[in-house]
Design a protein around this ligand. Structure first.
Ligand code: ZN
Length: 104
């Protein structure tokens, strides 16, 4: 089961975007990487084409290793480690390691 999922708000723990938060746009579990909104921006050079008039430099997100990301607990409001809990025979649920609040 994945520690982080599409749509989660995560904080970056290391690197140049350390301390920033963003929403996960895409996850590649097999590559242990995710795309996070406005995190790890790289400059990308677009040639002037038929579709777009302008061309020039645009910024876009690059994949971030999952090890650098932690979900932000809605109660602690901090990046937390993910624990797992199971209510009865129900499915495993993610929860905050610190306060045991469920992370949907
Ligand atoms: Zn918590």
């Amino acid at each position: 089961m994945a520690r982080v999922r599409h749509g989660d708000t995560v904080m970056v723990l290391s690197g140049k975007d350390r301390g920033k938060t963003g929403k996960i746009l895409r996850v590649w579990p097999e590559r242990d990487r995710a795309l996070v909104e406005r995190i790890n921006l790289v400059k990308h050079f677009e040639r002037r084409g038929q579709q777009q008039q302008a061309g020039g430099v645009i910024e876009r997100e690059a994949a971030v290793p999952l090890a650098k990301l932690a979900p932000v607990c809605p109660r602690c409001r901090k990046p937390v480690r993910v624990g797992w809990a199971r209510a009865g025979d129900g499915p495993k649920q993610r929860q905050c390691h610190r306060c045991h609040e469920a992370i949907s």
